[in-house]
Each structure stands twice: as C-alpha cells, then as structure tokens.
Design a protein around this ligand. Structure first.
Ligand SMILES: [Cu+2]
Length: 308
C-alpha cells in the first residue's frame, strides 16, 4: 500500500516516522558518528511524547555527495511524495536500505549559498518530516553513508519555529552583537574584502566534539563554510579542503588583520588538493579570526567563537 503523500506531514505520521527511526543501528555501524547518533536516537525516544521537543532535536539526513554543503541554510521547495521518492531512488540506482522507498521522505531543497541563483539538491530522511517552506541548516559533521552510492549522512537543525526563521535570529544565543570583532573582520575591507557568505549569524556548534569547516566552498570555491561558528572550549576544528577554487590555506595572524583575535595558527603553504585537512584545538574561550592567504582579497575569511 502506498501512503497518501498529503498525509505524510501530519502530526500522527510524523510521530510514527520518529518511532520508525533506524538511526540507532546505522549510527553504531558508523563508528565516530555513533556516539552522537545514539544519543540522538535516545533523545528522540525520550521526547516522543513531546512533539515540539522532538522537533528541536537535530535530525539525520542523507544527501548525494554533490549536494552536501556543510553549514549552509536551505529552504524546502517541495516534498517529492511517495511516487516521486520511488522514481528518484530508481533513477539514481539506490538499492539496499532504499528498496523500501515508503520509509523515506525526500525533499527538493534550495541551498542558500549566497550566489545569484539558489543551488538545488535532494535531501533524504527517514526521521524528520520536512514540508514545503521549512528552513534548516545542513550540519558540518558528516560521515559516509554509502560510498558506492556516493551518499553522505549528516544532521540538520530541525525546522525553525516561525519567529526564528522570520527574523534570522540565532536561537542559540550566540549573537554577533556580543562579538563585534567577528563582524569587523568579516565585513570590513581595510584588510581584504568582506566575506561574501557572512550573513551576520554565528552557527552554533557548541554541542559538537569536533567541528568541520569546508575550505573552498561557495559558487567559486573561495569561501570557508561555516564562515562564522561558535564552539565550546576544548573543541577540535578540522578544516577540510573541497578541492575547488584553487590553492587555499588557513592563516590566523592577529598582527596583520582587523579585529581582536586570541589565536595565531597556520596550516602552512596553500594547497589545492581536495581532501587535505588541518586541525586546531581551541582550549580557551575567546576568538579566532583567520583567512586564506591567496583569497584574502576576495573575502575568504572565517571566524570562530570559543564560548562555553
Ligand atoms: Cu583560498
């Protein structure tokens, strides 16, 4: 029997989707992602009776590798429904766990990458219920769901409540107003250009043990993503080169830049090699402002707020 697409976003269905979650099992198999995933599944069981609470928890989603844009906000354009989902899975040759298309919700989403035209992608989930008009943010912590099928698993911050979405307020309470140096570094042009992908929000990743920042994101590959992120003291940040936009590096030189910054570090000379990583652990509360040397002039800048 095929579920009627129109009923798939009702509360009753949403609850059954959450119950139906296969996250526990798959997260365990994923090793590093297991700790977070299992805790998440547990949270959902605990919160099942409280619909609103459950929605505030992050949800796991699956994307095609080419659609993965860490830290990028997106709008749901439409839900494909049961028939559309089945067609997509078939045309993409998805097998195995995707044989049961009815267990998945697939949405067509528009990523807000700051370019002139939105970039579209598909977002698959067996636990969150997304509807047209919902907005959320793609997680920066990703793992490979299925290498053969080029599928990435990550989390999304659950659909925002209306007031959050409407005014763009950071629900986390990490406000750029509290960190004028972040604003200064990312918007002023006395040293380099303004970061084109900074929208005066600081992505809250304080609950993550490791945080990943894409190096070479955006339409031209000249951005860090997320451009501004809040982490907890003791967190390791890993920069990951996308392989796009030419040679990049990660350079924090408080003496040579605008804005008060507490950290100095460097990944070394620029490299274009996709998959390159650079890690830095931030033990003390404060600010780290940094940039890419070859692309400082086009605003390839980033900021990390370390706050408990
Ligand atoms: Cu660069």
């Amino acid at each position: 029997m095929t579920p009627d697409p129109a009923t798939r976003s009702t509360d009753a269905t949403r609850r059954s989707v959450l119950k139906h979650s296969t996250l526990g099992a798959s997260a365990l198999a994923l090793g590093a992602a297991g700790a977070t995933g299992t805790a998440l599944a547990q949270d959902e069981e605990d919160d099942e009776a409280e619909e609103d609470e459950a929605e505030a928890v992050e949800s796991t989603v699956v994307l095609f590798g080419g659609d993965y844009r860490p830290g990028v906000a997106f709008d749901v354009l439409l839900s494909l429904g049961a028939d559309g989902t089945e067609t997509l899975f078939e045309s993409a040759g998805l097998t195995g766990e995707f044989d049961t298309a009815s267990e998945w919700d697939v949405s067509l989403v528009a990523f807000d990458t700051g370019g002139s035209a939105p970039e579209l992608g598909h977002l698959m989930t067996s636990e969150a219920s997304l509807g047209s008009g919902d907005s959320a943010v793609i997680g920066t912590d990703a793992s490979l769901r299925n290498g053969e099928l080029n599928l990435i698993e990550t989390t999304i911050a659950a659909p925002d409540t209306d007031e959050d979405a409407a005014n763009g307020a950071d629900a986390s309470g990490v406000s750029p107003d509290d960190y004028p140096a972040v604003d200064e570094w990312l918007t002023e042009t006395a040293v380099g250009a303004a970061a084109p992908n900074y929208d005066e929000t600081i992505v809250d990743q304080r609950d993550q043990e490791t945080v990943t920042i894409g190096v070479g994101t955006g339409s031209r590959g000249w951005e860090f993503d997320p451009v501004a992120v809040a982490i907890s003291p003791g967190t390791t940040v890993r920069w990951e080169w996308t392989g796009r936009g030419g040679a990049h590096n990660v350079e924090a030189e408080p003496d040579g830049q605008i804005g008060e910054s507490d950290y100095e570090f460097s990944s070394g000379g620029p490299t274009a090699e996709g998959g390159t990583t650079y890690e830095q652990t931030f033990d003390d509360a404060g600010l780290a402002l940094y940039h890419c040397e070859p692309h400082l002039s086009v605003g390839m800048k980033g900021a990390i707020v370390i706050e408990s």
